[in-house]
Ligand binder design. Structure first.
Ligand SMILES: CC(C)[C@H](C(=O)O)[C@@H](O)C(=O)O
Length: 158
């Protein structure tokens, strides 16, 4: 947030930020949902949501319904954030820090595109079938493929 505020201070963008969520406000022993209706409404009315890393051993014993990552999953679903872009780029000076041989990682520059709101991500439908119903997954697959191919086309164009 400090970086974003600094960026705002030196540009024409003036971010107004609100740090919310139980992990931000009451990180001791939460007993309620990690994403309240109020915080969700705030997220929906915002131009952007910055979500930092969450979770940790401290919260491992919590019931699944109130674990920190439930907020992450709910935000993704409620905001329709289906495309997750995870760039993997090797900075040459860090090649020696990799567990892989430098000659193997040299030049690594790729983008992992991950679907985050569809039935497949949430493990739906459950069970095993020899004749899957593609009516729902097909649009989900097409939209994430479009994001991936657009990114690839953009990268190829330089
Ligand atoms: C919390 C977990 C379900 C989530 C995921 O794997 O989707 C997170 O680890 C991530 O990488 O965004």
């Amino acid at each position: 947030m400090a970086v974003l505020l600094q960026a705002g201070a030196t540009s024409s963008i003036s971010p107004s930020m609100s740090r919310r969520g139980w992990w931000a406000e009451r990180p001791s022993t939460p007993t309620e949902t990690p994403l309240t209706d109020e915080v969700l409404a705030l997220a929906k009315s915002s131009d952007a949501v910055v979500l930092g890393a969450m979770g940790g051993p401290k919260w491992d014993g919590l019931d699944y319904s109130i674990r920190p990552e439930r907020a992450l999953l709910a935000l993704r679903q409620e905001l329709g954030l289906f495309a997750n872009l995870r760039p993997v780029k090797l900075f040459a000076p860090l090649a020696q820090a990799s567990t892989l041989k430098p000659e193997v990682v040299a030049g690594t520059d790729l983008l992992v595109v991950r679907e985050l709101t569809g039935g497949i991500y949430f493990g739906q439908p459950k069970g095993v079938t020899t004749e899957p119903d593609w009516s729902t997954p097909r649009p989900e697959i097409e939209r994430i493929a479009r994001v991936a191919f657009d990114a690839a086309a953009g990268a190829a164009a330089g």
